[in-house]
Write a protein that binds this ligand. Structure first.
Ligand SMILES: Nc1ncnc2c1ncn2[C@@H]1O[C@H](COP(=O)(O)OP(=O)(O)OP(=O)(O)O)[C@@H](O)[C@H]1O
Length: 346
């Protein structure tokens, strides 16, 4: 898949208009706050449906009520158009003019590597769960569907716990244990390959051989139902469900110690990069072609070996968009961002 063009209207500070992208590497240079990240965010959103903002309105330019992003793709010689319309608390997604749910977008199409990725190692369990859930949802439509049902059931069960209305609790328990167990099993299956790929990338990055990833689980498929029943009194007192995949973590250990507590900033950065490389590899394996690679601010990467790794990865990928305060070498297209305007620099 190749991204041929991106058009935006009222998207953050980006000037309205269309940008065309060649195969290979596009380098976007510019000082801070010029719109480099906003452009990558728009590309990632329209290709994958994923966004990290808490409210979609944040993506709409100040003073406007709606924003639009449109991407033209070339999929093995076939042209396809993806569109996202954003308004207050709502989003409309279209593929070739037909409305679809955000989950029906081609989810293997892009990977975004950002300076903020260190939070995968140093941040809360919720950050790592979100990483696992987003990746698995992109690898398996079944996972996305089961996760959605699980989250709805969990919200209803928690509401029942808070209100003390326990008459339907046995029904909630059965449903939650059934859906939750499927999530646990799918996570376990992916974790094996995720660890292999992340360990290999970590070694290539010079981080050593001793990175371990494992699931830290609050229950298991076999114990799920029994654990829910056994902890009912405590759950009623706290008004929330205390076991299940929504409480689990991806345990990351470096040289036998939890990386979140002991890794240096540089080591955390290397592990985060290894996780993104594993994500890139898993999506390539699943969909039979490498995703579009987005790298935000490679110049923030001060370590020479990590910087070289990022640039080599970008150069070896069929299509990559790399931002920074300086030019990425080997670019097929060089753009300069200035106050939201992206112009070709020659
Ligand atoms: N909804 C919005 N409407 C208008 N402008 C916005 C909106 N959201 C963010 N901005 C502006 O976009 C700019 C940030 O752009 P962006 O994050 O893309 O910068 P950048 O070029 O990647 O810089 P850096 O190198 O600092 O990350 C800021 O000036 C911010 O005020």
């Amino acid at each position: 898949m190749l991204l041929r063009s991106l058009s935006t209207l009222h998207y953050r500070n980006l000037e309205d208009g269309q940008l065309r992208f060649p195969p290979g590497l596009t380098s976007i240079v510019g000082q801070n706050g010029q719109g480099k990240t906003n452009l990558q965010e728009a590309v990632y959103l329209v290709l994958t449906g994923l966004s990290e903002v808490s409210r979609l309105e944040q993506l709409v330019r100040h003073g406007e009520s709606e924003a639009f992003v449109r991407a033209e793709l070339d999929q093995g010689g076939v042209r396809s158009v993806l569109e996202v319309g954003l308004g207050r608390g709502r989003r409309i997604t279209k593929v070739d003019g037909v409305r679809v749910r955000a989950g029906e977008l081609p989810r293997g199409s892009a990977v975004w590597i950002r300076p903020e990725d260190s939070a995968l190692v140093l941040g809360s369990p919720g950050t790592r769960r979100a990483f696992l859930d987003a990746l698995l949802s992109r690898l398996s439509a079944r996972y996305a569907q089961v996760l959605n049902l699980y989250e709805r059931n969990l919200a209803q069960r928690n509401a029942a716990l808070r209100s003390g209305e326990t008459w339907a609790m046995d029904v909630w328990n059965l449903k939650l244990a059934e859906l939750g167990s499927e999530i646990l099993n799918l996570r376990r299956r992916m974790q094996v390959r995720l660890e292999e790929l992340a360990r290999a990338a970590h070694a290539r990055l010079g981080g050593g051989e001793d990175l371990r990833l494992s699931l830290s689980e609050t229950t298991s498929p076999e114990r799920f139902l029994g654990d829910l029943e056994a902890r009912r009194a405590e759950e009623l007192a706290r008004g929330q469900t205390l076991v299940g995949p929504h409480r689990d973590d991806l345990r990351i250990e470096l040289r036998g110690h939890p990386a979140g507590d002991f890794a240096s900033r540089g080591e955390a950065r290397t592990i985060a990069l290894a996780l993104r490389q594993a994500e890139f590899d898993l999506l390539s394996e699943r969909y039979g072609e490498p995703p579009l690679l987005l790298i935000d601010d490679f110049t923030a990467e001060l370590d020479p070996s990590r910087r070289a790794y990022l640039l080599e990865l970008a150069q070896a990928t069929p299509q990559a968009i790399v931002t920074g305060t300086e030019e990425a070498p080997g670019a097929a297209l060089l753009l300069e961002a200035q106050a939201g305007r992206l112009g070709v620099r020659t």
